[in-house]
Design a binder for this molecule. Structure first.
Ligand code: COS
Length: 381
């Protein structure tokens, strides 16, 4: 079945190329990275060799200038093979969005090209132990000292902790709740310490950690946006990243459904393939419908980003895409395990990994409860 009526012939060909790449280079690495909870440098090197690390950045900074819809295609196809690898593709973009949208020309020239070649990677350091959903409660501080800022504090749930070379760090520069936060670009070697790496349910091939900054000196040239503008920088960034988490969720769901359908055509009980059972056919049909609906929400939100959000609807559209797609991913992957029965519950088959990986998409980049708050705020305003 066609995945979307909105893709051009060129985009469909591009999707087929990325799908083949993921089948050849990523699928063989996924189970082991999950089992060992290890970052797969082989997977990252494959992304580099395919020049997928460059895809999300403008050509003037060494990127290939792809649209966000094209980036969603890649996030989906990588996630269809392995969610952790798709996160490798997405995380540096999240870290670099504030640089691209709020950083100086010098900062863009200095950092983005190295991210595009894959020589360097970036993370996004917003959440804290007591400031996850409630971003404005953060306590990490930045104090002005001459031409520098001195940053101290701890940030949690940091994707790519210890792997990334640069971190976009949000810190409090005054007591004002929303207007007292400022964003900075901080190089890891200036003193970003990894305090702890989490042992997680899923996305085990992607390290998640707690980082600490202990009086780390950051030049004012590395400020992203105006002093006090950090909360808006954070929200503006998440609005432009959440649709791609939706794409990741769609990919996880599609990967699980495709695997389960192939299995059901082979697996025989009572003398015939279990795919002949109408009860299972209906479950599979529901899954396919929901995935397709989620994919179209994702494409719509991504196209809004590409068009510059002319009607101010992106926050809501991005929240819908991320929330719906991740709820679908959780449901579909859980059903995929059921389709495989006892086998689905073992790590001999990839669907239990996909079910565990799907769970994070309902939590990160804003829990789905927060997405519903964002949607409701737009409805009620
Ligand atoms: N873009 C631009 N500005 C925005 C915005 C957006 N998407 N969302 C809110 N703002 C502005 C508001 O307009 C308001 O500005 P004014 O005071 O000038 O009116 C200001 O920011 C404060 O907004 P609000 O009162 O809605 O902020 P809250 O503290 O209530 O927080 C939520 C709102 C819950 C939506 C926000 O904190 C959030 O998204 N939390 C989840 C964070 C997250 O996703 N974390 C994941 C970690 S990153 S991987």
């Amino acid at each position: 079945m066609s995945q979307s009526i909105t893709l051009s012939e060129e985009q469909r060909e591009f999707r087929a190329v990325v799908r083949q790449f993921a089948a050849d280079k990523i699928v063989p690495l996924a189970a082991e990275a999950d089992r060992n909870a290890e970052y797969s440098w082989a997977a990252f090197d494959a992304l580099k060799a395919m020049e997928l690390t460059a895809l999300s950045y403008p050509e003037e900074y060494g990127g290939s200038g792809a649209s966000l819809v094209d980036q969603a295609i890649v996030a989906e196809e990588l996630a269809r093979a392995d969610a952790s690898t798709s996160l490798m593709f997405l995380i540096s973009k999240l870290g670099m969005l504030p640089v691209l949208n709020f950083g100086s020309e010098d900062l863009k020239q200095a950092y983005v090209p190295k991210i595009a070649t894959g020589e360097s990677q970036a993370s996004y350091a917003l959440s804290e132990a007591d400031a996850g959903s409630d971003v404005a409660s953060m306590t990490t501080r930045a104090v002005r000292d001459g031409d520098d800022w001195v940053i101290s504090g701890s940030k949690c749930w940091i994707t790519n902790a210890g792997i990334s070379d640069v971190y976009t760090v949000f810190a409090r520069t005054s007591e004002d709740r929303h207007t007292g936060i400022t964003a900075f670009l901080v190089e890891a070697r200036w003193g970003v310490e990894v305090d702890k790496l989490e042992h997680k349910l899923g996305i085990k091939g992607s390290p998640t950690g707690v980082i600490r900054l202990d009086e780390v000196r950051v030049p004012d040239t590395h400020r992203l946006g105006e002093v006090g503008e950090g909360f808006k920088v954070a929200m503006h960034t998440l609005d432009r990243s959440r649709p791609t988490i939706g794409a990741q969720a769609v990919g996880i769901a599609q990967g699980a459904l495709d695997y389960a359908v192939d299995y059901m055509r082979e697996r025989r009980t009572f003398g015939r393939p279990i795919a002949d059972n109408q009860g299972l056919q209906w479950m599979a049909a529901d899954a396919a419908m929901k995935i397709e609906a989620a994919r179209n929400l994702v494409y719509k939100a991504c196209a809004m980003v590409d068009d510059g959000d002319p009607h101010g609807e992106l926050s809501m559209a991005g929240a819908m895409a991320k929330c719906y797609a991740s709820d679908v991913a959780m449901e579909v992957t859980t059903d995929a395990v059921q389709f495989l029965g006892g086998y689905g519950y073992t790590n001999e088959f990839p669907v239990e990994r996909m079910m565990r990986d799907a769970k994070i998409t309902q939590i990160y980049e804003g829990t789905n409860q927060i997405q519903r708050i964002v949607i409701a705020k737009h409805l009620m305003r």
